[in-house]
Design a protein around this ligand. Structure first.
Ligand code: DGY
Length: 319
């Protein structure tokens, strides 16, 4: 079986694939170029890709009729044109579950960094603008007694809630496209998205990017939020209208934002969001623990092999 892998992966994942496949690999630590991708997929049975690769009609046409399986080393698959896979009977694997803990940890860290102004504070320390201790200097809202709203109450949303509970949060609200979990572990209240936006002190965007959620957090949504509200987005940049976010932060419509995802990625250094004290931007590192990334690489390899051998994949996306 012939496969194309779009980035260097762990020796463990590569060895596993090597047992059964001829591997062609983009051996650079940067996204595969479009030309190399179009060339690399030709005649392959399987494609191991990353969230930085756009898998569209052009790529699938270039691959040709042998291509049976696409396996992405990510839980998100908004970079893949699902309809195009479906039309060709190509199956898709992803990596849900294994990055939930890492992502939930990052949500908590980013929320605290944003609300307690870590980055702004550090800048003062570094730039010599740290003056004498002062009663109201560098204050931000606390979590104790607050209302936390979680948009998209799937695995990650629930895991974030669990981790925030010991901080003494007063109320958890949730809304979104995920069905109400069967075994609810948090006393979270299901509300409409408008109610969640209006009542939350902290809004956490944990839903995936779909045609329905694209641009969902826009000017109208920001206007519904409290002026002091803090919004955290670790899902995909496309869920937010970023120009509207800039305006909301500049005009004081909302208090602050913490983003692990932006549009585009990387965000150009001259972007207005990077000049604001009330915005913390991280470089899409939600799943970036050593253990998690190794597990994701292995799981994507296992998915690919299983799919190619006609066995059930550890995680197959329903198309
Ligand atoms: C994913 O897997 O979709 C995350 O965004 C990166 O780990």
């Amino acid at each position: 079986m012939k496969i194309f892998v779009t980035r260097p992966i762990s020796a463990q994942a590569k060895d596993l694939l090597k047992e059964k496949c001829d591997i062609e690999l983009w051996d650079h630590d940067s996204p595969v170029s479009k030309d190399a991708l179009l060339k690399g997929v030709v005649g392959k049975d399987g494609l191991y890709c990353l969230l930085t690769d756009r898998i569209n009609k052009e790529v699938l046409d270039a691959a040709g009729p042998n291509l049976k399986v696409v396996s992405t080393m990510s839980v998100g698959y908004d970079h893949i044109e699902l309809q195009q896979l479906k039309e060709r009977n190509i199956i898709l694997g992803n990596t849900p579950g294994v990055l939930t803990d890492a992502n939930a940890e990052l949500n908590v860290g980013l929320l605290l960094a944003t609300s307690r102004r870590f980055v702004e504070g550090y800048r003062h320390v570094k730039n010599g603008t740290w003056g004498a201790w002062s009663p109201l200097w560098m204050c931000g809202p606390g979590l104790t007694g607050s209302t936390v709203g979680i948009i998209g109450y799937g695995r990650i949303g629930q895991a974030v809630g669990q981790r925030l509970k010991p901080f003494g949060v007063g109320r958890f609200l949730y809304c979104g496209h995920n069905p109400k979990p069967e075994a609810e572990t948090l006393p979270a209240e299901f509300v409409s998205q408008d109610e969640l936006l209006q009542q939350s002190d902290f809004v956490l965007v944990c839903c995936s990017l779909t045609p329905e959620t694209r641009g969902m957090i826009n000017r109208e949504a920001f206007q519904k939020m409290k002026k002091t509200a803090i919004i955290i987005n670790t899902s995909r940049g496309g869920v937010m209208n970023q120009d509207d976010l800039v305006e909301a932060l500049q005009s004081g419509t909302i208090g602050a934002a913490g983003l692990d995802v932006t549009t585009p990625e990387p965000l150009p250094v001259e972007h207005p969001l990077l000049k604001m004290n009330n915005c913390v931007v991280l470089p899409h590192i939600g799943s970036a623990t050593i253990e998690t990334r190794s597990t994701m690489m292995m799981m994507a390899a296992q998915n690919l092999l299983a799919g190619l051998e006609g066995k059930p994949m550890p995680a197959q996306v329903r198309l």
